[in-house]
Ligand binder design. Structure first.
Ligand SMILES: [Fe+2]
Ligand SMILES: [Fe+2]
Length: 251
């Protein structure tokens, strides 16, 4: 498929669309984070957690603004939200339990974002998106760390049936986050063979490595919270996302 593409016309277009698809979904994720963290201000159980969440609301508003301007003024192309990401954002925003907002937004979604930003930061040659990504990464690392702190003791004495809800949520969220990176809408819009492209995206060596890097910030935190149970571990293995179990993120 790749060798049939015209290097002057098709490949630059494909690159622009893939960049826009990736960054557009960061924009939509940031909008979700803006809403979710404003809900955390309401739902968090302690004043400290509320103050911190309020600061995070402002961070997320700046992130939305930065990605929005970059997409409109530089790439001049914005993709709608991936249905997989949308489903996860809806789950986080409509669940009334405060710990699901932390677990979904700070541990899962921001964990994956941190992994993806790290890959973009170390591979892009474009100085503006490199600088934007670096600034946002510093904020997100703080957000993830705070989420883990806020949840530290939440699961220690939880009843098994309540805990199973959290385990299932982690696995459903992981599947949605994995599928959100397969660029489905890009293949469709550029008229490329949908099924073959999705299969190639799902099974290529590069994407397998990328997936494991994405989850390298999630798995250790799930473990830290006491949620890397045999049930969750088996689910991670089936999703092919577990590799860096105790790797300490440096960002
Ligand atoms: Fe953010
Ligand atoms: Fe964030």
């Amino acid at each position: 498929m790749w060798s049939k593409l015209d290097p002057k016309r098709d490949i630059p277009a494909l690159r622009r669309h893939l960049a826009s698809y990736t960054l557009s979904n960061f924009l939509h994720g940031e909008q979700g984070a803006l809403l979710a963290t404003s809900q955390i201000v309401v739902a968090a159980p302690t004043p400290d957690a509320k103050f911190y969440a309020a600061a995070q609301v402002f961070d997320e508003a700046r992130h939305v603004e930065a990605y929005d301007r970059y997409l409109r003024e530089k790439l001049e192309l914005v993709y709608p939200v991936s249905p997989y990401l949308k489903q996860l954002l809806d789950m986080i925003l409509t669940d009334g339990r405060w710990d699901f907002k932390y677990l979904g937004m700070q541990v899962m979604l921001e964990g994956v974002a941190l992994g993806a930003f790290g890959v973009i930061h170390s591979t892009t040659n474009e100085p503006l998106i490199k600088a934007i990504t670096q600034s946002i990464m510093q904020d997100e690392a703080r957000h993830v760390a705070f989420g883990v702190m806020a949840l530290k003791d939440a699961y220690r004495e939880m009843a098994a049936n309540e805990l199973r809800d959290r385990e299932d949520f982690i696995l459903v969220a992981s599947r949605l986050l994995r599928d959100r990176f397969l660029s489905q809408e890009v293949w469709e819009r550029l008229g490329l063979p949908q099924k073959e492209c999705e299969e190639a995206a799902a099974s290529s060596e590069g994407m397998r490595l990328f997936r494991k890097l994405l989850f390298s910030k999630i798995v250790p935190n799930v473990k830290r919270l006491g949620l890397l149970t045999p049930y969750v571990r088996k689910g991670f293995e089936e999703l092919d996302v577990i590799e860096y179990e105790s790797w300490e993120p440096s960002a």
